[in-house]
Design a protein around this ligand. Structure first.
Ligand code: NI
Length: 192
């Protein structure tokens, strides 16, 4: 997820990692359902660190593994502001256990749908179960931007994008625009 207000610069504290190419709308990969992670091991943590670097570079505040082409149920979030110490969080196999009746509206963006923003209404508070970096099962109650960000990223694990929560008219316009952009990026084909 990209939030224009909370975006901050990548800082080099995380060491040797690599930026991965982002999967962009209308790539059908974004519509895949992701598989549960079986164990939190070194390769998985390397992927998590690469996702963080990719997210900081963008810059964004949340990223799901499928957005770098890995159909695994994991996501990273860091809501620290530009002038704050980075606070990366890893959520493996996250599950929403409960949501509040109270709703809130945030202007959302997505690193897979660059430069498009729209207001989305979602439950204001969520209770989430997940596995952390140490492989421990955790539960967390989130509200505010974290609640929105978690719901946005968990949606990605089921192939759902934030534009699925806006009107069909607006969504069709965005998809059409990104289809055209993708077409324009394709090299001209040889004929004959
Ligand atoms: Ni997104």
């Amino acid at each position: 997820m990209f939030c224009p207000v909370d975006a901050f610069h990548w800082t080099s504290y995380l060491g040797a990692m690599s930026i991965k190419p982002l999967i962009i709308l209308p790539d059908p990969i974004l519509r895949l359902g992701s598989k549960p992670v079986e164990r939190v091991d070194a390769p998985l943590l390397k992927l998590a660190d690469d996702m963080l670097e990719t997210m900081y570079d963008a810059p964004g505040i949340g990223l799901a593994a499928i957005q770098v082409g890995e159909p695994l149920r994991m996501l990273v979030i860091d809501l620290a502001k530009e002038d704050e110490t980075p606070a990366p969080q890893l959520f493996v196999n996250p599950e929403i256990l409960a949501t509040s009746d109270e709703r809130s509206v945030y202007e959302e963006g997505c690193l897979s749908i660059p430069d498009y923003y729209a207001e989305v209404e979602r439950p204001a508070t969520v209770r989430v179960k997940y596995v952390d970096r140490d492989g421990k099962v955790m539960e967390m109650e989130a509200d505010g931007l974290l609640a929105t960000c978690l719901q946005h990223e968990i949606d990605h694990l089921d192939g759902v994008l934030f534009i699925d929560h806006i009107s069909k008219l607006k969504r069709d316009m965005v998809v059409k625009k990104f289809k055209k952009l993708a077409k324009d990026r394709q090299p001209a084909r040889m004929v004959g």
